[in-house]
Structures are given as structure tokens and as C-alpha cells.
Design a protein around this ligand. Structure first.
Ligand SMILES: N[C@@H](CCC[C@H](N)C(=O)O)C(=O)O
Length: 283
């Protein structure tokens, strides 16, 4: 069996998107890894499946799988892509969809950009989750390679944000996997290195749980802005400057995190039967 897909991205954080709203489709971890593998498959950071849902007010359920096959509850960049797809389909300027982290609302913004209300950040140590009680403003038990005491934020998924003097100098491929798998994070974590440029601009580089270095991370940008505001480093609205471009993030006074940025539909195609069946047992 073959399958149609869309290749989309948000600031270079790229996705294979499958519309499975009319059927039941739960690919194995091996299948996801094969499709995400840039050497043998289409290649992507995350694999997104649109499923049907009975959730009130939702047009679809968005299931998120990382390139390593693991499931994630939040993906900001894919949320803008899915929001855009649903709006194009309905002809409306708003769309709502369910995720494992809750119901998300997307709307059209200026210059073709899309805004997604990513909900309220969770800041309690147990909600991150952390392995032991800790002040999430400075997780003192997390330290490696000269980097220490990140701010922990859950945006539907776990993030640890380190503030640094020079984001470009961070050896992301060395320290990223160490922090992702640090024992303080029982569900692993997405790792951000943020350099505050001004009260309204932050340069950020990311190591994503289950995907490694990506060009951009929407939920990571939200977590970074929340962390910066909690540390008193920026205003409540700022641009997050990523390798792939810029997102505008606002943490509203009523505790919503609004993410605004572009969406790109790169191409459509068909996954080969070999890739879809995987031919392997889920690991
Ligand atoms: N690229 C994403 C985040 C995808 C999920 C993440 N790697 C996790 O495991 O939580 C984004 O744009 O937010």
C-alpha cells in the first residue's frame, strides 16, 4: 500500500503530513523512523498524522511523532501548518484541532503568517516533569560542560532553557543529547540555548527531543519567551530568532502563549509501499 503525503515546514522544521481522517492509521516506530530518515525516506523532523476526532469544536486530531518514532504532545511549527491546512480546507480564517496536550486554536495573521494559541505554560516541577522537586526557575541539578541551572517550562512538552552569552558558541551536538537524556528529565526534554539581544529579541538554538538539532522549534520558542520573562530578561512579547527564521511570541497577561510565524507547503508526494509497511516490527 502507498500513501499520499504533504511535505511542509515551519522555518525549516520539516514535516511529513498524512491525512488519515477517514481511516485508522497508527504507524509503528520503525515505519516512522524509515520515513523520517533522510538517507532512505522522505526525511523529516516530525511525522504528523491528522486523525478524526469526536472532541467538541475540533476539526481533527493532530498526532505528532518525532524522527526517532517517539510520540510528542506538542509541536508549535506543525500546529501552524495543520492550522493553515484546515483553514484552507474550510475557507475560514480560524481552525481548531485537538492534540495530546489539549485543544489548540489557529488563526490567520499578517503577511500570510499563522497564529496559534499554544495555551498556558506549566511551571510546576511535577508538570515539566522533573524527577524530583525543584525550583523550575533554576534547576540546579542540571549541569554539564559549563552550562547549568536551566529554566524548565512545559508547553505541552518538556523544555529546558539555558541563557547564554553567545548562542553561536554552544556545541549543540555535544551538549544537546546529554541534557536531553539527563536524569532530571524522566521523559527527556527539548533543550534551548538562548541569548537575549534586547527586551524584544532573543537568539535561540535548539536540540529537540527525538529529533536532534532542528532549524526551529515553535514550542521551544514559546518556552524560551516564558523563561526569559520569568527571569526578568525581556518584555512579554519578543521575536525569537532561530536558524530558520523568526517567530513572534507573546505571553499574555491572561496566561496564554501566542505564537505567530510562517507556514510552507514544500511539495506533495506518495510514500512507497516499502516505506509505509516498514517490513519491521516496532521496537
Ligand atoms: N518541532 C516542534 C517540537 C516537536 C516535539 C518535540 N521534539 C518533543 O519531543 O517534545 C515544535 O515546533 O514545537
Amino acid at each position: 500500500m502507498t500513501r499520499e503525503f504533504l511535505k511542509m515546514h515551519g522555518l525549516g522544521n520539516d514535516f511529513v503530513v498524512i491525512d488519515a481522517r477517514s481511516e485508522s492509521y497508527r504507524p509503528s516506530g520503525a515505519e516512522v523512523r524509515a520515513i523520517a530518515d533522510r538517507r532512505m525516506g522522505v526525511g523529516c523532523d516530525q511525522f504528523i498524522v491528522l486523525e478524526k476526532t469526536d472532541a467538541p469544536g475540533a476539526d481533527a486530531f493532530m498526532r505528532i511523532r518525532n524522527a526517532d518514532g517517539s510520540e510528542a504532545a506538542a509541536c508549535g511549527n506543525a500546529s501552524r501548518c495543520v492550522g493553515w491546512l484546515l483553514m484552507e480546507e474550510s475557507g475560514r480564517d480560524r481552525a481548531s484541532f485537538q492534540t495530546a496536550a489539549g485543544l489548540l486554536h489557529a488563526s490567520r495573521a499578517d503577511n500570510g503568517r499563522i497564529t496559534v494559541d499554544m495555551g498556558a505554560p506549566r511551571l510546576d516541577w511535577a508538570a515539566i516533569p522533573l524527577a524530583a522537586p525543584s525550583d523550575t526557575l533554576r534547576v540546579e541539578t542540571v549541569e554539564h560542560g559549563g552550562f547549568a541551572a536551566p529554566v524548565a517550562v512545559n508547553m505541552g512538552n518538556p523544555h529546558a532553557v539555558f541563557f547564554v552569552d553567545d548562542a553561536e558558541a554552544v556545541p549543540l551536538d555535544e551538549v544537546g543529547p546529554v541534557f536531553e537524556n539527563h536524569p532530571a528529565f524522566p521523559e527527556r526534554a527539548n533543550i534551548e540555548f538562548a541569548q537575549v539581544l534586547s527586551p524584544t529579541a532573543i537568539r535561540m538554538r535548539v536540540w529537540e527531543r527525538g529529533a536532534g538539532i532542528t532549524q526551529a522549534c515553535g514550542s521551544g520558542s514559546c518556552a524560551t519567551l516564558v523563561a526569559a520573562v520569568r527571569r526578568g530578561l525581556t518584555d512579554r512579547k519578543a521575536d525569537i530568532i532561530l536558524d530558520g527564521g523568526t517567530l513572534t511570541i507573546e505571553w499574555t497577561e491572561d496566561d496564554r502563549v501566542l505564537m505567530t510565524g510562517p507556514v510552507a507547503l514544500a511539495f506533495s508526494g506518495r510514500l512507497s509501499a516499502e516505506l509505509v509497511s516498514g517490513g519491521q516490527v516496532d521496537a
